[in-house]
Design a protein around this ligand. Structure first.
Ligand code: BDP
Length: 600
């Protein structure tokens, strides 16, 4: 799905700002037809933002159910020659949109964009009422999964609550920009630049342009960063050759502008452009090669998370994060545990930061994180079943459709810490992987929980790269880093022996209270975090099959309330306000010595 933008043939209104808003605490919205009648006694709410931390009302922070948004806008008269769409970057988790009382879209999923053709419903030159209802309820058929239940309090009142297995706050609301925009009647629907290649000085861009109607006059142009025309092609698919190619490299990105036009003689019917990079990705001899050179991942698992705004898109925070990634000499991150905004991926392309792009399959597990001991099975008819798999395939398809053109994305991660020890997980992931491979050539990763012992995983055999989340010395061998590191070494060797695949350490780390210093160190002190990371790195440095290290987590982040979470998860190398703990300085030093391409 293309990101909306203004071009010579397209127009756009950005609807970010203040919307009318109402939490539906008594489930009245549908009964009273708020979608038709509009909101009364409403609050104000910024878009994009999570709603949870904006007001002082605990009921809204913890609501399980619907919230309603309203915005009235005028659609310009001169838009009446075009098709008009409304597009939401993401809203967590399930949404419905009404235009002037007409339901135009229903969408399930909290982290991907959705849009609707509203041409037949808008009134030109007049006020139009947009209502969006966002619901945050999860089930075993949603991603992430969760469960709504009723809790009976001491007075016998039934209170609606939600269980979740994932370890981040279940923020809700419209999290990314809302636009209405135009496309000409005959238009470009999508552009695909999934594979690029190079030989010596020549670059090759394999493209496909999709249109809503059969069009013969499609033309493609490639411009360099100085706006010089570097190549051209005609037809809806083909290869454009670029001489004197400059590659997109980690830490040294070069972006070309790809322009697709539909023409009728000399008349421009539609035009769309996007940034692309020329680079290759493949797995060979146990390494991940970018532009034929082995790549070592150094970086973090992250979250979209901030004070007040929750998961709402924030350009200032995002630019700060990329500056900090650069400052620590990181070259990569994983979009743990859901697709991040398109705006973040654009920045990754521009900053030359490599991305492992993850679907929101987190918490496919019989216990809440941090899980310990024996787990209940979840790959069974009443939990993760055929319908769950269908949804998993759908969101994976949508993720790839959205992100396929980003040079920064080198791998798809299809799940984090699923219950891979269950034989039925094997069948499930086999099908998911087969379906995904039909869509894209990039390597596939599954991220394993520490409870999955080497040789007991039914899933990793289908994947190209194994992600491991290990916390020996923290969740086990608590406080004993040396014993944790011994187990780590053994564990990694065993995993490699059993699976024979490259491993990325996708999570390792420990909760650390900024400003807490202890010598000798104890758990939660800044000294402990540095020693923990150092010991882990000593192990990785001995093992050539470990092709990357991504610390958990980039920054402290909010979680649900729990006795093991004090105002959230504190495993950040940076605070939630994006200031460094001691570990950030240590990582900066270590990663300075490891080039962006593999030199271990
Ligand atoms: C892993 C999860 C991650 C948690 C982390 C932790 O993948 O989401 O936040 O552990 O416990 O289980 O900090």
């Amino acid at each position: 799905m293309l990101y909306p933008k203004i071009t010579q043939t397209r127009n756009l209104i950005n609807l970010c700002g203040i919307w009318n808003f109402k939490g539906d605490f008594n489930e009245e919205g549908y009964k009273e037809e708020w979608f038709k009648n509009g909101l009364k006694d409403y609050d104000f709410m910024p878009v994009p933002s999570s709603y949870n931390d904006i007001t002082t009302d605990g009921r809204l922070r913890d609501i399980v159910g619907d919230v309603w948004y309203q915005k009235d806008i005028i659609v310009p008269n001169n838009w009446n020659e075009d098709k008009i769409f409304i597009r939401v970057g993401s809203a967590s988790h399930n949404s419905k949109i009404w235009i002037n009382g007409n339901l135009v879209k229903e969408y399930v999923g909290g982290f991907l964009p959705f849009e609707a053709d509203i041409t037949d419903y808008v009134k030109y030159g007049e006020e139009n009422r947009i209502i969006i209802c966002v619901n945050n309820e999860l089930s075993w058929q949603t991603f992430p999964p969760g469960e709504v239940y009723y809790f009976e309090d001491a007075d016998g009142n039934k209170i609606k609550k939600q269980k979740q297995q994932h370890d981040f706050f279940n923020y809700g609301g419209i999290h990314r920009p809302v636009y209405i925009y135009t496309r000409p009647k005959v238009h470009i629907e999508d552009v695909s630049v999934k594979t690029t290649d190079f030989k010596g000085e020549k670059g090759y861009i394999n493209y496909e342009v999709f249109t809503n109607e059969d069009c013969n006059n499609i033309e493609v142009e490639i411009y360099d960063e100085e706006n010089n025309l570097k190549g051209k092609s005609k037809g809806k698919e083909g290869t454009v050759q670029v001489d004197g190619v400059k590659l997109w490299e980690p830490g040294n990105p070069y972006l070309y502008k790809f322009v697709a036009n539909i023409k009728n003689e000399d008349e421009l019917i539609d035009t769309y452009n996007l940034n692309i990079g020329i680079r290759t990705v493949k797995i060979e001899s146990g390494q991940l090669l970018i532009n034929n050179k082995p790549f070592y991942f150094k970086g973090f698992g992250k979250h979209e998370d901030m004070d007040i705004k929750g998961k709402g898109l924030d350009d200032a925070v995002n630019i700060r994060d990329f500056n900090l990634l650069k400052w620590t000499n990181a070259n990569s991150f994983r979009t743990s545990h859901y697709p991040y905004s398109e705006e973040i991926l654009d920045l990754a392309d521009k900053y030359g930061i490599v991305v492992i792009d993850e679907v929101p399959a987190v918490g496919m597990l019989g216990q809440a994180v941090p899980a310990v001991g024996e787990l209940d099975g979840v790959f069974r008819e009443d939990k993760i079943n055929g319908d769950t798999l269908k949804e998993h395939i759908r969101i994976t398809k949508e993720l790839i459709a959205r992100d396929k053109n980003h040079p920064s994305v080198v791998m798809w991660s299809l799940a984090n810490e699923a219950s891979v020890m269950e034989p039925r997980a094997g069948e499930y992931f086999k099908e998911l992987v087969e379906e995904t491979r039909k869509l894209d050539d990039r390597p596939l990763m599954n991220v394993n929980i520490m409870l999955a012992e080497p040789g007991k995983c039914h899933v990793s055999k289908y994947f190209d790269v194994i992600g491991l989340n290990l916390y020996f010395g923290w969740y086990s061998e608590r406080g004993d880093i040396a014993s944790g590191a011994k187990r780590l070494l053994q564990w990694l060797e065993d995993w490699h022996e059993k699976e024979g695949k490259p491993i990325v350490m996708t999570e390792y780390g420990c909760d650390t209270i900024a400003g807490l210093h202890k010598q000798p160190s104890i758990m939660f002190s800044e000294e402990f975090q540095v020693e923990f990371l150092k010991e882990y790195h000593r192990v990785y440095d001995k093992l050539p099959f470990v092709i990357g290290e991504q610390v958990w987590n980039f920054a402290d982040f909010m979680t649900g309330q729990d006795i093991v979470r004090i105002d959230g998860n504190k495993k950040g190398v940076f605070t939630r306000q994006r200031q460094p703990k001691m570990a950030a300085h240590y990582l900066k030093e270590r990663w300075e010595k490891i080039s962006n391409h593999f030199t271990k």
